[in-house]
Design a protein around this ligand. Structure first.
Ligand SMILES: [Zn+2]
Ligand SMILES: [Zn+2]
Length: 341
């Protein structure tokens, strides 16, 4: 089969690799839709010790498709089932899994290989994190389950409610997915980002109020002005930049919640106004990854059309063009690229 194979930082090759056959407990899926992700861009630039421990490996991690072969002992799936697969599966018995936080599993098994014609899903993933789709669900929409589940984890941890104002710093695909979820919960959503191609695209989609931060003399003051001086109830960093984390803390109101959604580069730190953290009772939260339960909830939201993220797909390409797709992403000239093998 053909696939885009990751050999190491800046080394992605389009080549022919053996078509997988299912081992015991595995299923093989024909990939019908794969989506590019900001994590792919980061990983291609500097590698990823957690998500990609061994190279070479077929790249990509957001996918939906059809089961074409079922290994001996694999339960719950049949040939012909249309499915979406998460990119990880927790162990189920470490201390954090047992504490109900499987996104922090000490032995999270990561799976890559969305940018290939076929992928073999390992037994633990088949058992825990492959969801069967309803008849008419488009594969491209279903492939949003993984990033949407990440966004859902953030929105649930921040307890976003109707009537709140949520200010999201960053208008990339995840900022937009968080905006869609917060809007579905009837919150008022303000997206903050810099002008450019992607900004215009998000504005056209009309998924929230969107503010060009280059037009604001001061971003934090800007959020305060938009919230009658109080600050937002919830602020979200969806950029992974420490200076933006600080803005998110400064722009939240009394009693508010700050969600650190974007992961920053290793070794970075932020300054925290201890007086505000204490006297304003700020809730400061991290949010990482997703859980099997949230993957299922994300599929439900997509299939019930409570959340319709289709507009975030700005380009469609084939497997040979994955590198080009990721270059577009890196330049901010794409939100999500749909790869159709
Ligand atoms: Zn992703
Ligand atoms: Zn675990």
């Amino acid at each position: 089969m053909r696939a885009a194979v990751f050999y190491g930082p800046n080394d992605l090759r389009y080549e022919r690799v053996p078509t997988p056959a299912p081992s015991r407990g595995e299923v093989v899926v024909r990939v019908e839709a794969a989506l590019t992700c900001g994590t792919d861009v980061k990983t291609l630039r500097r590698g990823h010790p957690v998500m990609i421990p061994h190279v070479p490996t077929v790249f990509g991690h957001e996918l939906a498709g059809t089961v074409i072969a079922v290994g001996e002992g694999a339960r719950g799936l049949r040939e012909g089932d249309r499915v979406v697969a998460a990119n990880s599966a927790p162990c189920g018995w470490c201390a954090l899994c047992r504490a109900g936080r499987p996104n922090l599993c000490e032995d999270l098994l990561f799976v890559n290989g969305a940018y290939g014609e076929y992928i073999a899903l390992p037994p633990r993933l088949v058992e825990k994190n492959v969801v069967r789709l309803m008849q008419g669900t488009p594969a491209a929409r279903a492939a949003f389950a993984e990033p949407l589940a990440c966004a859902l984890l953030g929105v649930e941890r921040a307890r976003v409610e109707a009537g709140q104002t949520v200010a999201i710093f960053g208008h990339g695909p995840l900022g937009c997915l968080i905006a869609l979820l917060a809007t579905a919960r009837k919150a008022r959503v303000i997206l903050l980002g810099k002008r450019g191609w992607r900004f215009e695209r998000v504005r056209e989609l009309g998924l929230a109020e969107i503010v060009d931060t280059l037009e604001l003399p001061d971003i934090v003051d800007g959020v305060r002005v938009l919230t009658a001086g109080r600050g937002a109830d919830v602020t979200v960093d969806a950029t992974g930049r420490p200076e933006v984390w600080e803005q998110a803390i400064a722009a939240v109101g009394k009693g508010g919640t700050v969600l650190f959604f974007g992961g920053c580069a290793p070794g970075t730190a932020v300054r925290l106004d201890t007086r505000r953290a204490h006297y304003d009772e700020l809730t400061l939260l991290g949010a990482f990854h997703h859980t099997p339960e949230l993957i299922r909830k994300a599929v439900d939201l997509l299939e019930s059309e409570m959340v319709v993220p289709d507009g975030l797909i700005t380009h469609r390409m084939g497997l040979a063009e994955v590198r080009l797709a990721l270059e577009l992403m890196a330049r901010g000239d794409a939100l999500k690229v749909l790869i159709e093998p």
